[in-house]
Write a protein that binds this ligand. Structure first.
Ligand code: SF4
Length: 304
């Protein structure tokens, strides 16, 4: 492919998207130029739900594999494409089906709550799904007499356990990008911006969550920053969200943790997005038997 400049690439992407009746979804952690060309921006589950409601024939998911799989599960009648091969999620990859089955064997009467950051195969072995914004609601929907296994993120599990006052059996998975955010780095920013409010994602370590003024999902942070009268914010999550925060709040300042970069989220480029539409690759398919079981866990969450 001859190298195109950014403007031409964007124009070609828009042209192809229209011809194919495709919709481009992008997570807030994607590169700014990908977020700008997307039709729908959001967190993983919100994106899949929005995509399922569109009239598009093709969903192009600019995110990581488990997100594209979730889109394929909730939109079985659509073709789902991802612009790069093997766009894994470190957190989702911490748990395998074998490890989960072993866990279930030890706690045979427990309900299994899986964070949406899991593969389709893990969702299929779970009773109910949750996101970082509804984990408290999901736990509260389960009878207090029931044991609960919560997978795979230990920090989200601990946070949810504390907020619901329930003992949860936590799998010890974690996201490197979030656990690498250290209090020390936040304090360094605070020194120069003492009035800044701290927003933190629940995948961060508990000491970071303890000093945060707001703990919530990416969508939660966007709402908090927009509705707040404060003017400065330290953002303890993946750096990509800064783009949307700035667009929503041009009069406010956002200080990222410069090292908080998810390597796989940054693999998708305008070039790969263009190739994806042009060659209609890479298609993400989920085995129907697995998809059906996984859909059950997602639907149970959506009913709450
Ligand atoms: S930021 Fe962490 S949880 Fe999110 S996609 Fe990247 S590795 Fe996975």
């Amino acid at each position: 492919m001859t190298k195109m400049d950014k403007e031409t690439l964007v124009a070609e992407i828009v042209k192809l998207k229209t011809e194919l009746n495709a919709v481009i979804l992008a997570h807030y952690y994607q590169l700014p130029e990908i977020q700008d060309v997307a039709d729908i921006l959001g967190d993983s589950l919100a994106l899949s739900r929005r995509a399922a409601k569109t009239e598009a024939d093709i969903i192009v998911f600019c995110g990581v594999n488990f997100m594209a799989e979730t889109a394929a599960i909730v939109s079985p009648d659509k073709k789902v494409l991802i612009p790069q091969k093997n766009v894994g999620c470190y957190l989702a990859d911490t748990i395998t089906v074998d490890k989960l089955l072993e866990f279930k064997k030890k706690h045979p009467r427990a309900e299994v709550i899986c964070y949406v950051n899991t593969t389709a195969a893990i969702k299929a072995e779970s009773d109910i799904c949750c996101t970082s914004s509804n984990s408290i609601k999901v736990v509260n929907s389960i009878s207090p007499e029931k044991e609960i296994i919560f997978i795979p993120d230990k920090n989200l599990c601990d946070y949810t356990s504390k907020e619901t006052n329930r003992d949860l059996i936590c799998f010890q998975g974690a996201c490197d990008t979030h656990t690498d955010i250290k209090i020390y780095d936040i304090e360094k920013i605070l020194k120069n911006h003492p009035k800044a409010k701290i927003m933190a994602h629940p995948e961060c370590n508990s000491d970071v969550l303890e000093i945060a003024d707001y703990v919530g999902s990416t969508t939660g942070m966007l709402k908090y920053a927009k509705s707040s009268l404060e003017k400065e914010f330290i953002v303890a999550t993946e750096i990509g969200i800064i783009h949307q925060l700035k667009q929503d709040n041009p009069d406010k300042e956002f200080y990222p943790l410069e090292e908080a970069i998810c390597p796989t989220m940054k693999l998708i480029t305008l070039e790969s997005l263009y190739r994806c539409l042009k060659e209609q690759k890479y298609e993400v398919k989920v085995d129907e038997a697995i998809a059906q079981k996984a859909r059950g866990a997602i639907e149970r969450m959506l009913e709450i």
